[in-house]
Design a protein around this ligand. Structure first.
Ligand code: GUN
Length: 280
């Protein structure tokens, strides 16, 4: 079987074009503020990419860079200022944060209607109880890719590998909301390969390079690889051994060029949605 390669770059570009067209007709510019604390180099790249993409679709975007020595109280004060600023529709505090700051306190301090990461407990609770709200960007991007790949979701057996608050848990909720039969598996699951082999839709989000081997993948399955892992030799690989899996599956996302570009496009979508809800 020759697997279909799901082109996340192309799907993300189409989504960004649609957002730019809707933004141009609004009569105001949705406001996004990305807050970065400290000098984590990977975060620096992510934050620059988010800000650039937001400006390209016509948003009023700015990055607020705070020193690594920032206290939790100082960061909470900055979040409170952004919550109160009427020009700001979306607030994103880039994770990870320095050790002296409790991330859960900061996440809970963001106004839920400006929480474009979808990490606030109120938005997580809405997702878990089937109510509309802001949804985390990466799992939202995966749902766009499944749709673009033409995956039949109702009744499908979906397996999510990984239980993080950023990807695995909200991913399971979104697949459930789309009427899949969902299994959430993780590092303590017995016989992971057997669980994964049952999947018609397999989403891998564990952050372990090429952990999912070819014989973990059912014939014809749709495989979505959320992992972005840098190997010691500099190569970028996913959580799935791509060539092995592609020999079995019906469709698969590459790394890079699969889920990655969708995360930023969905941040823009959330920011537009938040702006419309606040002032539309
Ligand atoms: N760090 C890695 N991924 C993310 C994300 O989706 N949002 C935020 N705020 N920080 C991150």
């Amino acid at each position: 079987m020759t697997a279909q390669i799901i082109d996340g770059k192309a799907v993300a570009a189409r989504l960004r074009e649609a957002i730019a067209a809707r933004t141009a007709s609004l009569g105001f510019r949705p406001g996004l503020r990305v807050v970065r604390v400290g000098e984590d180099p990977a975060s620096g790249v992510y934050v620059r990419n988010k800000d650039k993409a937001a400006k390209e679709v016509g948003f009023d975007s700015a990055t607020i860079a705070l020193p690594a020595s920032t206290t939790e109280a100082e960061l909470l004060a900055e979040v409170a200022r952004l919550n109160a600023d009427p020009a700001v529709d979306g607030i994103l505090v880039q994770l990870p944060l320095p050790a002296q700051i409790r991330a859960d306190r900061v996440i809970a301090a963001v106004a839920p209607e400006k929480d474009v990461d979808g990490f606030h407990p109120l938005n997580a609770g809405k997702l878990a109880s089937g109510q509309p709200g802001l949804v985390p960007c990466t799992p939202k991007g995966v749902m766009h890719l499944l749709k673009a790949a033409g995956a039949a979701l109702p009744g499908a057996r979906a397996v999510v590998l990984g239980r993080s608050n950023i990807v695995g848990r909200p991913m399971a909720q979104l697949l459930l909301a789309a009427d899949c039969t969902v299994t959430l598996v993780h590092s303590r699951t017995r016989d992971l390969p057997a669980e994964c082999r049952r999947a018609e839709i397999l989403v891998a989000a564990v952050g372990r390079p090429e952990m999912v081997r070819g014989d973990w993948v059912a014939e014809g399955a749709t495989v979505i690889d959320v992992g972005i892992n840098r190997l010691p030799d500099g190569r970028l690989v996913g959580d799935v051994a791509f060539a092995e899996a592609a020999a079995h599956c019906g469709a698969i996302t590459p790394v890079p060029g699969g889920v990655g570009p969708m995360t930023i496009a969905c941040l823009l979508e959330n920011t537009l949605d938040a702006a419309l809800a606040r002032r539309g």
